[in-house]
Design a protein around this ligand. Structure first.
Ligand code: ATP
Ligand code: MG
Length: 261
């Protein structure tokens, strides 16, 4: 066991407590105004911004721990409905860029409602007939992280619209995220999955860390899934992921080939 690695992971892990305390404090200021005192609209706006960013920090800490855990080959299956998985992933993604939409998504009852809410924001949700309420077993943390990263990129790079496709097949859950943006020249189709590689880092609103897709690929591999990219310069990008579904009798497992070695 590499001691440096566990120290880093422990540090990340220990961030969870102070982050929860900060979030709870912000939320009580927001929601217990009768006891703690009223907020001016400007103070409330500032606290809502802090709340969104603390949630982002918690998501990132969770992601970092999940990647680290995954490196050791651990896979944990959760039974759930496709609808719950999709709704929660969308709420997490939009929470940071469009909190109002995130709120609408959490309130939307049926697939029809959700589709309408998203369409108004130029995102087309296409779910295979009959799959929305299907029960599946997947590694929720890893699959959500994969889906969220592809959605975040699609929303960042689309020109006009984003298409989100989902279906449950015999050989797995298919996730498809397509945008009509700048696209990725064929020469970079492998490079973009390397850590820290970015094609358009100079545009500040697009600036990230160049880590998302490297994480996506690692997690897809850990789940013994498949990732396909169709794209070319100026032609938008389509990322497709297949994640095998666990059968009812499949237990949680350690992979036979952990990357941590
Ligand atoms: N949908 C897309 N359309 C065009 N280019 C993309 C798309 N998705 C990813 N890329 C390119 O691949 C690079 C790597 O993507 P990745 O998600 O790893 O990093 P990032 O989004 O820049 O930052 P991070 O995800 O760490 O916040 C991006 O910087 C971008 O150049
Ligand atoms: Mg990204």
């Amino acid at each position: 066991m590499k001691k440096d690695r566990i120290r880093t992971e422990l540090l990340i892990h220990d961030l969870k407590v102070p982050l929860s305390v900060i979030r709870a404090t912000i939320e009580s200021l927001l929601h217990r105004q009768q006891t703690l005192g009223p907020l001016t609209p400007k103070q409330e706006k500032a606290l809502l911004r802090a709340q969104r960013n603390i949630r982002l920090s918690q998501t990132l800490v969770g992601d970092a721990l999940e990647i680290a855990r995954s490196t050791w080959g651990f896979v944990r299956f959760t039974p759930l409905r496709l609808s719950g998985f999709v709704r929660n992933s969308l709420i997490e993604v939009y929470d940071l860029i469009d909190p109002e939409l995130s709120e609408q998504i959490s309130k939307s009852g049926s697939l029809g409602d959700l589709t309408r809410v998203l369409k108004a924001k130029r995102a087309i949700l296409a779910v295979e007939d009959g799959d929305w309420e299907k029960e599946i077993r997947i590694d929720l943390a890893k699959t959500t992280q994969i889906f969220r990263n592809l959605l975040t990129n699609g929303l960042k790079y689309r020109k006009e619209r984003l298409v989100i496709g989902l279906s449950v097949k015999a050989d797995g859950l298919l996730l498809q995220v397509s945008d009509d943006g700048i696209g990725i020249p064929k020469a970079f189709h492998e490079k973009i999955f390397e850590q820290y590689f970015q094609l358009a880092p100079e545009e500040s609103h697009l600036r990230g860390h160049g880590l998302g897709l490297a994480g996506v690929l690692a997690l897809v591999e850990d789940l013994s899934g498949e990732l396909t990219l169709k794209s070319d310069e100026g032609a938008g990008a389509q990322f497709m992921v297949r994640v095998p579904l666990a059968q009812a009798q499949d237990p949680d497992r350690f992979s036979e080939n952990p990357r941590a070695g």
